[in-house]
Design a protein around this ligand. Structure first.
Ligand code: DC
Length: 295
């Protein structure tokens, strides 16, 4: 590792985390969308709704007359590999654009949900979307990624992973309320059947099934409000960033001591003032904790 004495505040700058990635996985309607949106806003990070990417692949395929079954796997993989999607916050709404067309509502229909769940079982589609998801996540200052396999496959090294669950009744009730609020007339039993089928397909598929990562923090939102979920998540972010800052601070202290020792023994050390301290980084270790105030 370069020494602090190698110029400027290089060491301190090198030690600052440039990327904060947070994975939020879980079944449909467990509260991931609300939580990830609010977390991204609070932390000033990008939000990547990876389910929307699968939904866009299904929609793009439909527009091109390509079926959603495995006989079209190669074409679907190609569609996923050349997908032109962007997300843009419009107030509280994370809008989704496919080829510059606003598809935020079109991708949320029951048909699109079914298509997304089907094409998501195909390895060629998943492989193509993996690159896209990683490239979206790895843009400084980082991102919150919401999905099914973020903590296990897409970002196994994410700084923080949450697995958000809720009872099936609670999840169906949330969908029911959402649709009612949107002026629709949903059927509770049909919603229950659709969600149960989707859960089964998402958890039992061979490639990247819905699964809690070993190091993910489990949150059951069945009896929590959205505010309580976000408070729990923010507390975990704070805890993990403080732990990271403490370990960085300890490393930096060691490096500063080593460079002070080097300087004290270097010829001409007295001309630097004799204390061997790299003046341009003075106070660097003390500032790191302050500099990491993400929340
Ligand atoms: O989160 P959602 O309901 O918008 O996701 C739509 C479908 O996409 C869902 O049935 C599972 C799939 N999906 C996935 O397989 N992996 C992800 N990371 C995100 C979604």
């Amino acid at each position: 590792m370069p020494r602090a004495s190698e110029g400027g505040c290089t060491l301190a700058m090198l030690q600052m985390p440039r990327l904060l990635t947070i994975a939020i996985d879980g079944p449909a309607a467990a509260g991931k969308s609300t939580a990830s949106k609010r977390l991204a806003k609070r932390l000033n990070l990008a939000l990547v709704d990876t389910g929307a990417l699968y939904r866009c692949v299904a929609l793009a395929a439909q527009q091109q007359g390509v079926g959603w079954d495995s006989t079209h796997e190669q074409e679907l993989g190609d569609i996923a590999g050349t997908l032109n999607v962007r997300f843009e916050f419009d107030g509280e709404v994370n809008k989704v654009y496919l080829n510059d067309e606003d598809v935020s509502s079109t991708i949320r229909t029951a048909e699109a949900s079914d298509g997304a769940s089907k094409i998501a079982t195909l390895p060629a589609v998943r492989a193509s979307l993996l690159e896209l998801q990683r490239s979206l996540a790895n843009r400084p200052p980082g991102a919150v990624l919401e999905g099914r396999d973020i903590g296990t496959v897409v970002l196994p090294d994410a700084a923080l992973k949450f697995f958000l669950v809720a009872s099936i009744e609670k999840r169906v009730q949330r969908r029911y309320d959402e649709l009612k609020a949107a002026g629709r007339d949903p059927d509770w039993d049909e919603l229950l059947k659709a969600e149960t089928e989707r859960d089964k397909r998402d958890s039992e598929r061979a490639t990247a099934p819905l699964k809690q990562a070993d190091d993910a923090i489990l949150i059951d939102s069945s009896s929590l409000t959205a505010d309580e979920v976000i408070t729990t998540m923010l507390a975990e972010v704070r805890k993990s960033q403080k732990a990271l800052a403490r370990s960085m601070s300890a490393n930096l202290t060691k490096e500063l001591q080593a460079s002070a020792d080097d300087a004290a023994h270097a010829p001409g050390a007295a001309q630097q003032g004799g204390d061997g301290k790299p003046r341009d980084c003075a106070g660097g270790s003390g500032n790191i904790l302050d500099a990491l105030q993400y929340v």
